[in-house]
Design a protein. Structure first.
Length: 373
């Protein structure tokens, strides 16, 4: 394996870890394991808060990885088309499979359902995909801005964006009308520019791996402690009801610092085993597929019930259910998407031999050349 691939395997491993965290958070959410404002804390809910706190950085990390590489590689229409085709594969095929299995009632399939399946990005079928695609469409403009700006200019821009999108809402006990909790392309653009800055200038204070790990652990611990304290205050006084959920917003200040710490820790990770690095690089492209399968609108709210039925009230039993369910979804989704990837590769090669395919490929290459000038 080439040295370049071996260096990138550390980030691909981080991408896989981030997806494991995402599935874990969805398990906690869909099983109602996280306590709501005013509810009594139990052994299980405290454990759920701790687990959520150490996984909450996952989405920021995932976008950070994309921004880190896209800020150098640039826009690719071919990559965008592949992404949209991958999304359409699941939005169109999953309902057919579920209907054949008797899980989906055909009566549910109306014009609105079909429209949402045909236009998943525009309809927000997957909020992450919608925000990511818009960010990706902005990437040529963002890359030109990063290359054209000086270091101080970029620093000032990032500080202003940080103040608007993160710090202000992190300190406010009332919700801002403009705040989308990090579930929007605006926050993704902030992460993209931050990653581009790290790629271009680095972060000297986080260069050492152990410092990055310390920042990640302390940030996630802060998220957990703030959440628990806020819950206790809310239960006792009835106040701070909104703020209970704020530490688990993706644009919360400690969610950002935790993601940066984990990213920087993995940036210094050396994977010496070529076989392990090769395995990671083969599996990591399937991570988005894991998300697209288990967060499909007909599966999202049901998969935990299919796998475990009722969540255990006992901490030990609950942790076993969580571990087994998360690993099953992760490996099942990975296997399915790897198979999809191979099918797409065969279809792409077959299409490339046709006259229509050659014209389309030529047009796509022409667009990519223009965008990279």
């Amino acid at each position: 394996m080439a040295a370049g691939k071996r260096r990138q395997a550390n980030f691909e491993l981080l991408r896989m870890l981030a997806m494991l965290m995402v599935v874990t958070m969805h398990f906690l959410s869909h099983t109602g394991s996280l306590p709501e404002a005013g509810n009594r804390l139990t052994e299980r809910t405290v454990a759920a808060i701790l687990i959520e706190a150490f996984c909450i950085v996952a989405v920021n990390v995932y976008v950070f990885i994309s921004g880190y590489f896209l800020s150098e590689s640039g826009f690719s229409l071919k990559r965008l088309i592949r992404l949209i085709c991958q999304v359409l594969f699941y939005t169109l095929l999953i309902p057919v499979v579920l209907a054949a299995a008797g899980v989906l009632d055909p009566a549910q399939v109306n014009i609105y359902y079909i429209w949402q399946s045909l236009f998943p990005v525009e309809s927000g079928h997957y909020w992450f995909v919608t925000a990511y695609v818009i960010m990706y469409l902005f990437s040529p403009v963002l890359n030109i801005a990063v290359k054209g700006m000086g270091k101080k200019q970029l620093q000032i821009t990032l500080v202003c964006l940080f103040l608007f999108f993160s710090l202000g809402k992190s300190l406010s006990i009332l919700m801002f009308a403009s705040d989308k909790f990090g579930y929007d392309f605006g926050w993704f653009i902030v992460l993209y520019l931050t990653a581009a800055y790290v790629r271009k200038y680095g972060v000297p204070c986080l260069n050492k791996k152990h410092i990055g790990i310390a920042v990640y652990i302390s940030s996630c611990a802060a998220v957990a402690v703030i959440t628990i304290i806020t819950l206790l205050i809310c239960r006792k006084t009835g106040s701070l009801e909104y703020y209970v959920s704020v530490p688990f917003h993706y644009n919360f200040v400690f969610c950002l610092t935790g993601a940066m710490g984990l990213f920087m820790a993995f940036s210094g990770l050396k994977i010496r085993s070529e076989k392990f690095a090769s395995l990671i690089c083969r599996l990591s492209p399937a991570m988005l597929g894991v998300y697209l399968i288990h967060e499909h609108m007909d599966i999202s709210a049901s998969w935990t019930g299919w796998l475990i039925g009722t969540p255990s009230e006992h901490l030990g039993g609950f942790l076993i259910q969580l571990t087994e369910s998360v690993l099953f979804i992760f490996f099942f989704g990975t296997a399915v998407d790897l198979l999809r990837g191979k099918c797409f590769m065969v279809l792409e090669r077959m299409l490339a031999r046709t006259s229509v395919g050659k014209k389309c490929a030529s047009a796509v290459r022409h667009v990519d050349e223009i965008m990279k000038r």
